[in-house]
Structures are given as C-alpha cells and as structure tokens.
Design a protein around this ligand. Structure first.
Ligand SMILES: *Cc1c(COP(=O)(O)O)cnc(C)c1O
Length: 366
C-alpha cells in the first residue's frame, strides 16, 4: 500500500499524459512553451482570479509574493505555528520576522481569535495556510487585515480546489500561492508552483520578479529570481486539471468512509461550515501516536506525521519570539497527529484494512 499512490494515478491517465509530454518533446519548447500560458489561463478560470503567475515551486511562490509586497528587513509577517515551514522561512529569508500564532484544534488552521494580539506597527501581512485541504478562515483574516491595513496571503499548497463560502482557494486573499509538488492535490512530475491574484499591479511585478526583475529582455528594473514552471510540467498539469474535480470527489468519499469505519477513541478531522476540503491529508489524532504508527507500519500501512515540531520550536527560528507564547495547541497536535493514506485511488478494501488495523491497535493497547 502507498501513502499517496501516484503510480495508480499515472496509469489512469497514461495515454493523455504520454501524449501531452510527447507534444512538448516534438515542439522542443522546454521553457515558456505554449502550454505554460494555456495552463495559466485555465488555472485563472478554475480559481476565479484575473491572474495566475506560474513559478518553480510553492516555496518560490511565497518568496516572490513577499518580494512583491516589498517586505523589508525588520517588518513582521503573521504565520501559523503549526504548518510546513515555507511561509515563515521565506519571511526570514528576507530578514523580516515571522510572528507565530497558535492554531485551532478543530481545523488545525491559524486561530483567528489569537491573531489581533500579535499585530504590531511593524506587521506587514498575514499568511493563512490552508492546511490538509481546508481553507483557513479568510473571512475573519481579511476583516482583521482591512482594519489594520495589512496584506493577506493564502498558502494554498495543500488546498488547490477547495472552497470557502463557495469561492475557490486561491481567490480569497490579495495574493495566494500553491505548489504542484507531485503529492499535492494538483501535482506535476517535478517541482512547480503558482501565484494567484486579482491585483494588476502586483501581477505585473510578480512577472518581472520571477524573470530576473526584467520587464523587457535584458532590461532589469528589479532584483528578481529565475523561477519558472517548465513546459513539460505545464503539459502534465493541464491533463491532471481536467481530472481534478473527479479526484476531489473521490477523496471526499474516502474521507466519509474513514469517518464511518474508524474506531471510537480517535480524534477525527472535521470540515467546518461553509468549507469544502480537498483532503490533501487525512490526519487523525491519538494519544499513543508513535506506537500506532509503528503498529500500522508492521501491517504494511504507511503513515506520516504532519508535523512533528511546531515552527516556533524549530532550530532555524531560535531566538525569534522566544517565550512569547506556549503554542499549546500546536504542541499538542505535534505529539498526537497521524496522517493516514489518502489519494483518489484508495480502495474500499484498503480503507477497511486500515480501519481494522487501528481497531486492533486500540484493543491491543488496552
Ligand atoms: C508543500 C508546501 C509548501 C512548499 O511547496 P514546494 O513546492 O515544495 O516548495 C508550502 N506550504 C505548504 C503548506 C506546503 O504543504
């Protein structure tokens, strides 16, 4: 059994994908081939935004976004304490300071009740990560940002295709980013990312920033990166985008079956009102998590811990905001969460086997 079975996914779309890749090979336009612009237009239509700027990874998408907002050394960016590192590390890379906010135990996303206390005169932006496939509460985040004159960014690396209040992830904030890393809800066959926005000025700046800061070839107005989505990846993504809604439906059904079959005594993830999750991860909570992981591993069930260390306690952030907060929820989650296999091609027999194994584990633990 695979944690995320990309082989089954490839086999399902093999003819279409092989043909799309072959077309790029025939054209020899490996960089900035026509598929890149076509994909950007299709992504804009899907998300419901004016501009999609593709780039080399979800991490670059965040770095470029912060550069586009002209984030200065010493300024602050609000980030969730329990997440992947990119929003906070890209903030730090620009010599600005990530200010961590604890998360909610209900949806694992930034606790909107705890943001305002961390806003200062140096705060520039709030980054909400839409973790495990469910959007953060951007209604509350946008209201706070409006009140305090801040920018908002959604890190939608795990939520492409998700809905909040009938709007797509990627369309909820000033800037939004996603990742096309293979295991993400919409993944390519290498690294890739994108930024979404309705802001014409930021879109134009982002296009320059991702291309060495140039607006015309060899004319550089800004200091930028080289951050491109290559044509083969764009071609793969165009095929996969066509199948995304079916895959999301399958994941939602699988989450429903997990909920039915998993034994009592386990904390199950919930989808909040007005949200539709794409279930990037199916992450449960249980007190003896490490033993459960080992037990499932022996039965051939791969699991992952997302994430074992809250960000404020990472060595890379030593000395930043130390002792300012105990991050109780992030700490509890890091000790108890376990992500189970989740992908659109998981079979009912596999889900039964996982549920039965967890039940056996709980009995065995008593
Ligand atoms: C995967 C991920 C990223 C980074 O994406 P890459 O394409 O690997 O750089 C950023 N944020 C979150 C929440 C992620 O899950």
């Amino acid at each position: 059994m695979q944690f995320n079975d990309l082989q089954r996914q490839y086999n399902a779309y093999k003819n279409e994908i092989d043909e799309a890749i072959q077309q790029v090979l025939n054209s020899s336009r490996y960089i900035n081939g026509e598929e890149v612009a076509l994909l950007e237009a299709e992504l804009s239509a899907y998300v419901g935004v004016k501009h999609t700027i593709s780039c080399a990874s979800g991490t670059d998408a965040l770095l470029l976004s912060l550069m586009a907002l002209d984030l200065q050394p010493g300024e602050e960016v609000i980030c969730p304490a329990f997440s992947f590192i990119s929003p906070a590390s890209m903030t730090r890379l620009l010599a600005a300071t990530p200010v961590f906010v604890d998360v909610s135990p209900l949806d694992f996303n930034i606790d909107v009740e705890k943001i305002e206390a961390k806003i200062t005169s140096r705060t520039k932006a709030i980054i909400g990560v839409s973790l495990f496939g469910q959007c953060a509460n951007f209604e509350a985040i946008n209201a706070l940002a409006e009140q305090h004159g801040l920018w908002t960014i959604e890190d939608g690396a795990q939520s492409f295709g998700a809905d909040f209040q009938s709007q797509k992830s990627g369309s909820l904030t000033d800037l939004a980013t996603t990742s096309f890393f293979p295991a993400k809800p919409l993944g390519c066959y290498g690294d890739g990312g994108a930024i979404f926005t309705n802001n014409d000025v930021l879109a134009e700046k982002l296009r320059a920033l991702k291309a060495h800061g140039q607006t015309m070839r060899y004319h550089h107005q800004l200091i930028g990166l080289n951050s491109r989505l290559d044509t083969i990846q764009a071609a793969v993504l165009r095929v996969k985008l066509k199948h995304l809604d079916e895959e999301i439906k399958a994941r939602q059904e699988i989450a429903g079956i997990y909920k039915q079959l998993l034994p009592q005594g386990i904390f199950l993830p919930e989808v909040a009102a007005a949200h539709e999750s794409v279930w990037a991860q199916y992450t449960i909570g249980l007190p003896n998590r490490d033993q459960a992981k080992e037990y499932l591993d022996k039965r051939g069930i791969p699991t992952n811990i997302h994430y074992p260390v809250p960000l404020p306690f990472q060595e890379a952030f030593a000395g930043i905001g130390e002792g300012a907060d105990s991050f109780e929820v992030a700490s509890l989650l890091s000790e108890t969460v376990l992500s189970l296999p989740m992908h659109a091609f998981l079979t009912i027999e596999e889900i039964r086997y996982i549920a039965q194994s967890l039940q056996d584990f709980l009995k065995h633990e008593k």
